[in-house]
Design a protein around this ligand. Structure first.
Ligand code: KIV
Length: 290
């Protein structure tokens, strides 16, 4: 008789995640866009699943995130929410779903919660979106602020570039971080920011700061799952570490499948449905003409 070792998984909430920051326990976050991936991450014990608008690139093949719609986000968030039993689910607000007005921001955040069953929403920007953050938070919807390299501003930035490099930009980032916290954001994501600056911002905010390309001084880390599993090769940022070569494994499996179909090895007798009698189907088919 052996003992089965089971990981005790705790339901992650904004309180447990904030407590992790207070206790100096690092927070884990990954993107997911579908039910089965969300389930695997949830079973592995991830704290937060982000249904990122990066799905525009990784799932839909766009060159950036700008074409992602509210319908896309709701569809994928609902699938992830069904697979996430313990993880805290954050859904991205797509481009132009909150910048246009406070009314649009609140309405669309509400849709991600009601129809997508997210636990929180994320939007990009600092001082310029604080009115939206305040209004959404006042509706009891937790809001995550995304600062630094905000992909929805790719055209304004002139590409996916590291932010906060000179003193003026660093000061603006520090000020934006303080502003979003004051406006009611429950968490912040810092993307592509020099690591010392990111560590400083994490130390002055009381909300958890999750980094991506922002170094180890943040309270937690997030990566796009296709990047860390080597499943997306269109573009790999410098900050990505490949934790497993799932892309190569998938290709190997697909090639083997094709080979076995061609050789007749698949399906074999163990994969077919058998019937005990020995019906003569040719004779049976003659009944169609009689
Ligand atoms: O959309 C996304 O996946 C994100 C992460 C890169 C933080 O916003």
């Amino acid at each position: 008789m052996g003992f089965e070792r089971r990981k005790i998984l705790v339901k992650n909430t904004i309180s447990t995640i904030t407590e992790q920051k207070r206790n100096g326990q690092k927070i884990s976050m990954l993107t997911a866009y579908d039910y089965s991936t969300a389930r695997l991450m949830d079973e592995a014990g991830i704290n937060i699943i982000l249904v990122g608008d990066s799905l525009g690139m990784t799932m839909l093949g766009y060159e950036d995130t700008l074409s992602v719609t509210m319908e896309d986000m709701i569809h994928h968030t609902a699938a992830v929410a069904r697979g996430a039993k313990n993880a805290f689910v954050v859904a991205d607000m797509p481009f132009m779903s909150y910048q246009t007005s406070v009314y649009d921001a609140v309405t669309n955040a509400g849709r991600l919660m009601k129809e997508g069953r997210a636990n929180a929403v994320k939007l990009e920007g600092g001082a310029s979106v604080c009115e939206q953050i305040k209004a959404i938070a006042e509706c009891s919807i937790p809001v995550v602020a995304h600062l630094g390299m905000t992909p929805q501003s790719v055209n304004a930035f002139g590409g996916f570039k590291v932010q906060g490099k000179d003193e003026a930009a660093a000061l603006k980032l520090i000020s934006d971080s303080l502003e979003v916290e004051k406006a009611g954001a429950c968490m912040a994501v810092l993307e592509c920011v020099p690591h010392k600056l990111a560590a400083y911002i994490s130390s002055i905010l009381s909300i958890p700061v999750i980094g991506i390309g922002a170094g180890a001084g943040c309270d937690g880390q997030v990566l796009v799952y296709q990047d860390m599993l080597a499943m997306y090769s269109d573009f790999t940022p410098k900050f990505v570490k490949k934790f497993a070569d799932v892309g190569a494994l998938m290709k190997e499996g697909f090639s083997q499948y094709i080979k076995e179909i061609q050789s007749g090895e698949f399906p074999s007798s163990e994969h077919v449905f058998k019937k005990d009698d020995d019906t003569d189907y040719e004779k049976l088919a003659q009944k169609l003409n009689s």
